[in-house]
Design a protein around this ligand. Structure first.
Ligand code: ATP
Length: 591
């Protein structure tokens, strides 16, 4: 496929205001892609070169892209920068300056998608001395041989600013529509995605082997599995009731979730977002080599600094901060991390996901029986609410976050939030039982004292999985430090869009829309019903439409943005409705 064709379809995608239209456009593009090309188109549309777990980064800074535009168009660096300041979008800058280029066009033949992708891959892989100049040269060549519209996307792609608003579920639905003409294959495609986390591979497999090849896919080492997630309930009774009367109850550690993949002496570690974080944890690698003797295994746990002498857990934020300050090596010696393992997904040559929890856990405990740094989470099995509560209180007293209960009979449900895992946390006293994670979909300008920051708050949304849409739930105007306001404004300015993105459902109009990318954690007093927000919005008997909103929302956390969550991993509409139900029950009890 010619890159010009893809650029045209991106431009149309950017302009659509309905999700269905988006799927239709995307399906059309995917259908037209040739063999070996569909994965490249999928990755490009996601704004990446490969799935995040491959750890490939473009390594292109804004200044480099600006310089490449200058080289390719004959404008000075100053001119490019001024133009960029005006539009705030390097894509538009590239498009404009390419069309007004002062140089004779070097365009001999047009680029294919593969040529653009392969060049971007070379840009990403170029490192070491002289790499900056080499990257600028490659980018400049691409700009010089592109049309203005192509230049727009060539500039945005390596900067992570495509602004297409296409999510994983959107791509899966387009693939399903390509295969069956509708949503019929979506569940199977999603199941395959949940065990390999690689949409490009899914697309290639679909093209080469059809749906039978998709359903035959299985877990493999070094391809991370999308994590199982937990639901929440406020009391021991309700939790046990949901678990059919008996459950395993584990300590809940506030650490860093790690998925460990081991084959012989080769080990890779993946974060909750499935990024390769192997380099960050040499101590966990060493401990795995020393203590886990299975040849091939995938297991999961929470890494946390634990002082064996004082039996104290260190808040993970602190560990990470100190790690940064003193460098990884010193930190390892001073404060080795422990990995509290809680699940087993693969062993020998066998996929363990379908085994019931009790079998997986038994095997995990056998494997880690002699573990010192890598050990199973502390757990009990109980059918008594009283025992569950006592275990919870003890966990809190030890400085932990709470507990995780697990259904003894349930498989490992990759990539989904189900009641087979239920969490109970400390942060609960009449207030909302937990914080919520909201996607920023827009922001407001500052007024009064905030005017100097040109930032007056965020428009936050939750994710409705069923609709694959972001529904607004709150305006967030407090809890920000001055530094956070400046940082947020800078980040959001880079992802501004002209009109409401197709996958955002909103009644409130912010001063600026941004495409759904960043997640923030918010605390609120309660969830209320509201006519101004679209979260869970439903027609009432009196004919009015009412959704859910947060009362007294405030930003929490030192760093404003949650780096470990993508837009689709924000709190869901379903969770908000459940939390509202729980809140009502608690309210009744307390009154
Ligand atoms: P989530 O990960 O569910 O989206 P979150 O990031 O806000 O939500 P929490 O609500 O704190 O996190 O709880 C879930 C996380 O708890 C898991 O993702 C995992 O990292 C961590 N965790 C700690 N101990 C355990 C345990 N024993 N079993 C499973 N997960 C655990």
């Amino acid at each position: 496929m010619q890159f010009s064709k893809l650029a045209e379809s991106y431009e149309r995608l950017e302009g659509v205001s309905s999700r269905l239209k988006m799927i239709e456009l995307l399906t059309g593009t995917l259908k037209e892609s040739g063999a070996g090309e569909i994965s490249k188109i999928v990755y490009m549309t996601q704004g990446t070169l490969l799935p995040p777990f491959e750890g490939i980064e473009f390594g292109v800074a804004e200044k480099m892209a600006q310089e490449a535009i200058a080289v390719a168009t004959g404008f000075t660096k100053g001119q490019v920068e001024r133009e960029y300041k005006k539009s705030g979008d390097l894509g538009l800058t590239a498009q404009k300056l390419r069309s007004e280029s002062k140089l004779k066009s070097m365009r001999q033949s047009s680029n294919t998608v593969s040529e653009v992708y392969d060049t971007m891959m070379r840009v990403a892989k170029t490192s070491g001395p002289g790499s900056k100049e080499a990257k600028i040269k490659m980018l400049a060549n691409m700009f010089a041989s592109s049309t203005p519209l192509e230049a727009k996307y060539i500039a945005r792609y390596p900067l992570g600013q495509l602004r297409l608003g296409v999510g994983d579920a959107t791509i899966l639905e387009a693939l399903s529509s390509m295969a069956t003409g509708g949503r019929g294959a979506k569940a199977e495609l999603e199941a395959a995605y949940n065990i390999c986390s690689d949409l490009g591979t899914i697309a290639e497999t679909l093209v080469s082997g059809g749906m039978p090849a998709i359903t035959a896919m299985h877990v493999s080492i070094f391809k991370p599995i999308r994590p199982a997630l937990a639901e929440r309930l406020p009391t021991a009774e309700e939790i046990l009731e949901r678990m059919n009367g008996i459950a395993a109850v584990e300590h809940k550690y506030d650490g860093f979730r790690l998925q460990v993949h081991k084959s012989g002496k080769k080990i890779r570690l993946f974060s909750r977002r499935l990024e390769d974080v192997t380099e960050m944890f040499p101590d966990i690698i060493e401990a795995t080599l020393n203590e886990v003797h299975e040849e091939k295994i995938i297991f999961e746990g929470e890494a946390i600094a634990y002082n064996e002498a004082t039996k104290e857990f260190l808040p993970f934020q602190e560990t990470i901060q100190r790690k940064r300050k003193h460098g990884i090596k010193e930190k390892v010696e001073e404060l080795p991390l422990h990995l509290f393992a809680f699940d087993l997904m693969y062993l020998g040559n066998k996929d363990w996901l379908r085994e019931p929890y009790k079998r997986r856990r038994e095997e995990l405990e056998r494997i880690l029986a002699k573990g010192k740094r890598i050990l199973p989470t502390t757990k009990i099995i109980t059918s008594s609410p009283k025992a569950l509560e006592t275990f919870f209180e003890e966990a809190i007293a030890e400085g932990l976050e709470g507990i995780m209960t697990k259904d003894l009979e349930a498989p490992y449900i990759a990539g989904a939030r189900k009641f087979s895992w239920i969490k109970l946390k400390r942060s609960y006293k009449g207030e909302l039982s937990d914080t919520v994670d909201l996607v920023i979909v827009g922001y407001f300008l500052g007024r009064g004292g905030r005017a100097e920051f040109k930032f007056g708050g965020l428009l936050g949304a939750v994710y409705n999985q069923k609709r694959d849409m972001f529904e607004t739930i709150s305006r967030i105007g407090s809890g920000f430090t001055e530094k956070q306001m400046v940082e947020l404004k800078e980040l959001l300015d880079k992802i501004k869009v002209k009109s409401k993105p197709a996958r955002v459902d909103a009644i409130v109009e912010p001063d600026f829309w941004v495409y759904p990318k960043y997640v923030v954690t918010v605390m609120a007093d309660e969830i209320t019903k509201s006519p101004t927000h679209t979260c869970g919005r439903e027609r009432q008997e009196d004919g009015t439409d009412v959704g859910y909103a947060l009362r007294f929302p405030r930003l929490v956390g030192e760093t404003a943005i949650r780096q470990d969550k993508s837009a689709e991993e924000a709190t869901t509409t379903k969770e908000i409705i459940e939390m509202y139900g729980e809140q009502k029950k608690v309210g009744v009890k307390g009154s």
